[in-house]
Design a binder for this molecule. Structure first.
Ligand code: NDP
Length: 433
């Protein structure tokens, strides 16, 4: 059997990933359209061609990306070591578990600088007085060009992925095991190189947290402004959604270091899947609820909004509690916050937590994340399925991801993983699932 035949393909293999590459951008355009009209509507086109606007949007997107690069490069940062590197070398075919990469952690500062710049605006010449004045950014205009922005981002992501794929063949790069099938389409999707860098600029870590995540926040604010212009007020649902999602983005950047122990950073290569996911999928599908709310206020009662808020807090505490606990434990098992927890010492050398959050269920962090996502949809009421796209898609993603991680851990840990699963039998909900 050849390597290609025996390769453990995921996402439907070359055909499945090829279809994803082709159709995900189309799906984003459809969802953008449907969230504005408020229903799944096949009678009208999701996008009408306006090449001029598309070109301007592409210039705007590149400027936005470069602005974030500038902040990452120039703002003061904390230098943090990542986890010991996994992956294989293209030439030597060996795995080193000692070497770590250093990351520039300043995403939280970049978040606030971006926010400040948005509030301050830009300097323009006042037509009547002829003086130069600060004017806030006309964010609400983004509502009308969201389709062009989404299409422009998809084109740029494709270009970036081609660059990443081609450069992964230059020199003796460390490759991510899932992206080494030898099939062009599949490896293009999965990403060949584990940590593509220019100097110490890390493409993957940067894209995971900055342009897309902060782009999500900006689109949300744009839709909030638009609702004020169109309806004359900002609805309670919109306010709550802005708080929930704004906090999620802020929290991800505040806890930037925690991303260094996640699967995306430690295991997956940086290819179309992550580039498109981070830069296009996140900002344009995670904003569907805010886009929907612009024209559709469900006028939920205070009791309903309070119930949603409580559910959101439950989700957040679970999500952050579990991720934070693992991150602290992996960095320093002696830390007083985790020193009391029990763990399984594996033959591989690492330790698996068997009490605390990770003793309740093996993927309790996913459960918390999903609950939060569900509350984002619930603030839109129950008149349309469109805002619930996120909860449905995220459920599928997390189940699939948990299966992928389970396989990966089985490979890494062998019988230790079986032992861990005996000690912690539930996957998502303690005592149930
Ligand atoms: P995890 O943070 O769950 O990381 C999985 C890895 O953690 C395993 O491969 C293993 O790696 C280690 N691990 C597993 N069990 C234990 C244990 N008991 N004790 C210590 N270490 C353990 O997965 P993800 O990276 O997928 O997710 C991180 C967060 O990101 C989640 O909350 C998820 O919901 C969220 N997420 C959000 C997405 C979004 O689009 N909003 C998309 C994807 C994820 P090893 O032992 O080799 O270190």
């Amino acid at each position: 059997m050849t390597q290609k035949d025996s390769f453990p393909y995921e996402f439907g293999g070359p055909i499945g990933t090829g279809l994803n590459i082709l159709f995900l951008p189309v799906l984003i355009l459809c969802l953008t359209h449907w969230s504005a009209v408020g229903s799944v509507d096949f009678t009208t086109l999701p996008w009408t061609t306006n090449v001029d606007t598309l070109a301007k949007c592409i210039v705007g997107l590149v400027t936005w990306f470069l602005f974030q690069v500038l902040l990452e490069r120039l703002l003061p940062c904390k230098l943090v070591q990542g986890t010991p590197l996994q992956g294989v070398f293209a030439a030597r075919k060996s795995i080193s578990t000692q070497e770590c990469l250093e990351y520039r952690i300043n995403g939280h500062l970049a978040f606030w600088v971006t926010f400040l710049v948005l509030q301050t605006g830009w300097i323009v010449k006042h037509e009547e007085s002829g003086t130069w004045q600060f004017t806030s950014f006309p964010l609400s205009g983004l509502y009308d060009v969201t389709a062009e922005l989404a299409l422009g981002t998809s084109i740029l992501c494709f270009g970036l992925s081609v660059y990443l794929y081609l450069t992964s063949f230059i020199g003796n790069k460390r490759l991510a095991v899932p992206g080494t099938s030898g099939n062009v389409v599949y490896d293009f999707w999965m990403g060949r190189e584990l940590n593509p860098r220019i100097g110490n600029f890390d493409w993957k870590e940067f894209c995971e947290l900055r342009p897309g995540l902060m782009g999500w926040m900006i689109l949300n604010l744009a839709y909030c402004q638009k609702q004020k212009e169109v309806l004359g007020y900002v609805s309670m649902s919109m306010m709550l959604l802005q708080c929930f999602q704004g906090f999620y983005v802020w929290d991800a950047l505040y806890q930037e270091e925690a991303i260094l122990t996640t699967m995306d950073i430690t295991t997956d290569g940086f290819g179309y899947m992550l580039a498109f996911g981070d830069l296009a999928w996140v900002p344009f599908t995670y904003t569907l609820q805010a886009r929907y709310l612009v024209l559709h206020d469900p006028q939920l009662s205070i009791t309903a909004l309070l119930a949603i808020l409580v559910l959101h807090i439950v989700g957040y505490v679970t999500f952050r509690g579990a991720n934070g606990q693992k991150d602290i434990f992996r960095r320093n098992p002696e830390d007083p916050a985790v020193a009391h927890l029990t763990y399984l010492k594996t033959k591989r050398g690492t330790k698996l937590l068997t009490s605390g959050w990770w003793g309740m269920a093996r993927k309790i962090n996913y459960t918390g994340d999903w609950i939060m996502g569900l509350t984002w949809c619930m603030v839109c009421g129950f008149n349309s399925i469109v805002p619930y796209f996120y909860a449905i898609y995220f459920l599928i993603l997390l189940i699939h991801r948990s299966i992928r991680d389970d396989h990966a851990c089985q490979e890494k840990y062998g019988s230790d993983w079986d032992e861990y699963k005996r000690k912690v039998p539930y996957r998502f909900i303690p005592g149930l699932v």
